[in-house]
Every structure is written in C-alpha cells, then in structure tokens.
Write a protein that binds this ligand. Structure first.
Ligand code: FAD
Length: 395
C-alpha cells in the first residue's frame, strides 16, 4: 500500500501517531502480525521532542517487560519536593523518547507509516484524507489527542520542555520534580528535570491554567531562571516541546462518549483516558494497547467497546483524584495552592506511588484528607459535585 494510492484498504487504520496509537501499532505488530496496520500522522515526524516518564510501580510486570525494549533511560529513583528540599524516592523510573518511538514505529510499520497526512473525516470503517483519498478498514481508531467538550470539566497542565546541553556536568543522577518554586503563585509552577547525559538535561516547566493556550516566552524565561538558580549555564537549547495536558475536575463520562461520532473507536485523551491528576498517559496507553491486541476480532465495534469500558471504568475509579483537583482548583484559596500541592510530596512514598498509579486505597484517601489544609472541606464537598458541568465557582 503506498501513500499515493487513490483508494486503499487496511485491517486497522490508526488516525494520529501519538503515544496511544503508537503503542497500539507496536502491540498489534507484535501480537497480530497477520493484520495490515496503517498509521496516519499529520506531522512530518512522530513523537517530536516528547519524553514519556513512568514509574516501575505504574505497570504490571508483563506490560513492563513488553515496554523494556522501548526504554531509553532508566534511573533507580527520583526526587521531588520544594526547591532545595527535594526528597529521594527509591522507585525506579523510566523514560521513552519520541525519537525512540518514531524509530520503533518505522521498523514495525515500514511503508504503512504515513507521515504528513491529514485526516479530515473519520467513520467507523473509512477515513478521508485532506487531499480526498479514502481508506477503508475493519477498524478505524481515533487517537488525535484531547478534544473540546462541554461534558467534562477540565483544567490544563500547560507545559514547555527544553532539551539543553550545559557547559559543565550537571551532577544529577535521577529525575527531579520541583514544586511551587514561586510561593503564592496559583498556577502552582513546577519543574521536571530529566538527566539524559552527563551535560544533557530535559527541563520541563508546567503551570496549571483554565485554557490550553500556551505563550512559550514566559516558560522559556522560567526555565532560564531555574537553570541559573541551580548554577547551570545552558550552552545550547537544542529542541523544544510545548503542549497542554488535560486535568479532570469532574464531568459526565457517559455524555462524553455520546458526543462527537460516538460510533467511532477512540483511544488516549481522545477517549478521556489519562491520569486525572498529572495528565500523563503512558501506563493507560500501554494497558489499553494490550487489551486491544488481545481481542479475538479487531473491528471498530470491538475496539470501541473495549476503549469505552476502559475509559468509563477508569473514570469511575479515579473519582477521588478529581475530588482532589476540585479541592485544589475550586475550593482552595488560589494563593494557598502551591502550599497544598507542595505538601503532597511529604506523604509516605508508597502512597505517592499509588497516587501516580491511580490505585489509592481507602486508607490513603483518608490520610490525604486528614492532612491539615487551608481548604474548607465541608463547604467544598457541598459546592462541587463530580458530575456537574464545569463548576460555576471555579476561580
Ligand atoms: C511537555 C509534556 C510532557 C509530558 N510528559 C509525560 C510523561 O512524562 N509521561 C506520560 O505518561 N505522559 C506525558 N505527557 C502526556 C502525554 O504526552 C500525552 O497524554 C499523550 O501523548 C497523549 O497521547 P495521544 O496519542 O492520545 O495524543 P497526542 O500525543 O496528542 O497525539 C495525537 C497525534 O494525532 C495527530 N493528529 C491530530 N489530528 C490529526 C489529523 N486530523 N490527522 C492526522 N493526525 C492527526 C497529532 O499530530 C498528534 O501527533 C506529557 C505531555 C507534555 C505536553
């Protein structure tokens, strides 16, 4: 099948070459080599400058083993906390770079990886490209990233990451997550630093916002200030990645699935599948890719059913994460948010890892709510139900 055919046919067409569809493509090629899988990506490259990080505790051993060949960096622990008082966590942490995902997809799909191809229409068994070409398939899977919706109340974790080379060794041996460096800022500014080589770092600056709009200049300036405060001199800022990750405050997941061509199979944030507290997506993407590849018959209906069940089950199980977001972004006095967010990393390490794995126990939840806080809890519970449309009181 060539990108120039006027009409093409495949068993599975994946629309959007992000993490969600990228992992589905790799899992299908490994478990279902009989299927013709075509991946269509609008950009000229896959993955861009992104790096996906996850913890050992996020994934069951079987899935971790499957991802192992994709891992580009492994650290034996990570640090987190307020600047200068970071705490060490002894849990291995991994990263996969966009470049590695791109190489793996090029090897697995060969000529069935179409780049620079924009899809304008998606139906359960056919897609139409911007130039009018059509492709038919038993399964069409929409992985085009988050979409606008009125059914979910979202905030955004707006992030810009720079891959930089320093003039001297940085001295870091593991990733560092730094909270609330500018006390009192309601956007809860944070930095994530990944050591990629003796002088190479990936520095990500994130801020919470009501909209996904990014103005890169203040982010670049904040990264520069942070590097100088650490005593690092940036010799070269090689590449940049900026985007907004959804953070869930509440909403109606059933209504979300009834919207926008409900008969089409969707995955990743397009299917409202993401960690509600961090916006991260890799563990869910790996689990769903595995479930899809294990289906006896891969059709739009069967993929849609498994993705919808995954999305709705995860949404219901992660109710408490959304409550925490509402407490932080609706009930908390804005200037007290950094203080509340920073306190999180003082909780027991096992609880923090269960938070990231979205597997909090009842005891964990009680422990989080029992911590002293400036949030008026009783009032907050009454004001901000989970199923409401975007909360009226949001500040
Ligand atoms: C700075 C930053 C750091 C992050 N770090 C982490 C992390 O450490 N760990 C983690 O788990 N998650 C992380 N995330 C979140 C994670 O990257 C996303 O949640 C995940 O990539 C979503 O995957 P996706 O495939 O569903 O969507 P996307 O990655 O958004 O991919 C969608 C793709 O679809 C393509 N597309 C869109 N429309 C069309 C069209 N009409 N035709 C063809 N193609 C189209 C887009 O070009 C894009 O490539 C991070 C995000 C950001 C911004």
């Amino acid at each position: 099948m060539s990108p120039s055919s006027a009409f093409a046919r495949a068993d599975v067409v994946l629309v959007g070459g992000g993490l969600a569809n990228g992992l589905i493509a790799l899992r299908l090629r490994a478990m279902r080599p009989d299927l013709k899988v075509l991946l269509l990506e609008r950009d000229r490259r896959i993955g861009g400058e992104r790096s996906w990080r996850w913890f050992e505790t996020d994934l069951a051993p079987g899935l971790a083993a499957w991802l192992r060949p994709l891992v580009t960096h492994r650290w034996s622990g990570w640090e987190a906390g307020p600047a200068g008082a970071e705490r060490y966590f002894e849990t291995p942490c991994f990263a996969l770079t966009g470049e590695r995902l791109s190489q793996a997809l090029a090897t697995a799909l060969g000529a069935n990886l179409w780049l620079g191809v924009e899809v304008t229409e998606i139906a359960p068994h056919q897609v139409t490209l911007a130039d009018g070409r059509r492709i038919a398939a038993a399964a069409v899977i929409d992985g085009r990233g988050p979409r606008n919706t009125r059914s979910l109340a979202l905030r955004w974790r707006v992030s810009l990451a720079q891959a930089v080379t320093l003039d001297a060794a940085h001295g870091l041996s593991c990733p560092v997550l730094v909270d609330a460096v500018e006390a009192g800022d309601p956007a809860c500014p944070a930095f994530t630093v990944l050591p990629l080589g003796p002088r190479r770092l990936r520095i990500e600056h994130a801020r919470y916002a009501a909209t996904p709009v990014i103005d890169p200049a203040p982010f670049r300036a904040a990264i520069g200030r942070y590097a100088r405060a650490r005593g690092w001199t940036i010799e070269q800022a090689a590449s940049e990645d900026a985007d907004a990750l959804p953070i869930a405050l509440g909403g109606d997941i059933d209504a979300y699935w009834r919207e926008a061509r409900p008969e089409v199979a969707k995955v990743g944030p397009r299917a409202a599948i993401f960690h509600p507290g961090t916006g991260h997506a890799l563990p869910d993407a790996a689990r769903l890719a595995d479930q899809i590849a294990a289906l006896p018959r891969i059709t739009s209906a069967s993929v849609r059913a498994v993705a919808e069940t995954y999305s709705k089950t995860a949404w219901r199980r992660r109710r408490f994460h959304r409550l925490l977001n509402r407490l932080l972004f609706v009930a908390c006095p804005p200037e007290a948010r950094p203080q509340v967010a920073a306190r999180f990393h003082r909780l027991p390490p096992s609880l923090i890892h269960r938070f990231h794995a979205a597997r909090l126990t009842l005891w964990d939840k009680a422990r989080i709510l029992a911590a002293p806080s400036p949030i008026p809890l009783a009032e907050a519970f009454e004001q901000i139900p989970d199923r409401a449309a975007p909360p009226r009181t949001e500040r």
